[in-house]
Design a protein around this ligand. Structure first.
Ligand code: BTN
Length: 278
């Protein structure tokens, strides 16, 4: 593996410029999943902004009940506890934009400290071309102390050499190292990630998703592509990805599907696996 500094709370916090995110920070060598750790902390009363980071996960979780490849020493696995406000006028819009806004903040963080411009494959895959460098898994839970909490789980392949990927991921995954050809300090990447994420979440909470949606549209490589969408129930749609709705759904004009389109003539997809066709 490529030598780069190990993760440490001091090194992360030395370039942290946030008010809340990462001020309470747990750094572990190994956990099952940082999301599981963060959920336990949230249940025990941990406040908004608490962050769990691990060097390695033994049961890293991906979207759609997949596993997340989480070897030691090379990548970022972190989970951030986000508190909700009971008075939010559009709670469901807020909830559905958190994963998309987190992908945007992650891409902006990488671009702030490197020449790499990650695209976002709807809803929140961080990609370069057809290869995935990172992903986001948000999970929400009710806690006794703080009501509804969202856990933002971010996995980013940072210093992972392409040849260390398992065979089944070799054609579809990548890392910042594979693109940049030199390692990045994970502590710096993580601090920048939190520096970008905090204002994005604050904006989403205070002003809604209007501006963030435009920034997301500019980064979203799914738009304008012909896509195959595979829903949780196995149903498939082939369509043209036209836009992202105000509540974060992917809007498709139908090419082939058994799903009924809405009044706009478009199908809206809220949770699914998307394959870019062309
Ligand atoms: C995806 O499938 O694209 C989402 C991957 C999310 C992985 C991250 S790594 C940190 C956090 N802990 C987990 O178990 N999963 C998320």
């Amino acid at each position: 593996m490529i030598a780069s500094p190990s993760l440490s709370a001091d090194a992360i916090q030395s370039t942290l410029a946030t008010t809340h995110l990462g001020r309470r920070l747990f750094v572990y060598d190994q956990v099952l999943s940082t999301n599981i750790e963060a959920m336990a902390l949230a249940q025990a009363g941990a406040e908004h902004g608490t962050v769990v980071v691990a060097d390695c996960q033994t049961a890293g979780r991906g979207r759609l009940t997949r596993q997340w490849y989480s070897p030691p020493g090379v990548n970022i696995y972190c989970s951030i506890i986000i508190g909700s406000q009971r008075s939010l006028p559009n709670m469901s819009g807020w909830l559905s934009w958190i994963p998309l806004a987190s992908a945007l903040a992650t891409a902006e963080a990488v671009q702030a400290i490197s020449p790499i411009a990650l695209d976002i494959k709807w809803p929140n895959d961080l990609v370069v071309g057809n290869r995935k460098a990172g992903g986001i898994l948000c999970e929400s839970l009710q806690t006794p102390a703080h009501g509804l909490i969202v856990i933002i789980g971010i996995g980013l392949n940072v210093n992972l050499p392409q040849e260390f990927l398992p065979h089944d991921l070799r054609e579809t995954a990548t890392s910042l190292l594979a693109i940049l050809k030199s390692p990045l300090d994970r502590n710096r990447v993580l601090a920048q990630l939190l520096n970008e994420l905090e204002p994005v979440i604050d904006e989403l909470t205070a002003q809604g998703a209007d501006r963030l949606r435009h920034a997301y549209l500019r980064r979203c490589s799914t738009l304008g592509k012909q896509v195959r969408v595979i829903m949780g129930n196995g149903e498939e749609v082939i369509g043209m990805a036209e836009s992202i709705s105000l509540d974060g759904a992917l809007q498709l004009s139908r090419l082939h599907s058994s799903v009924r389109e809405g009044a706009s003539g478009r199908i809206e997809i809220r949770a699914a696996d998307v394959i870019h066709l062309r």
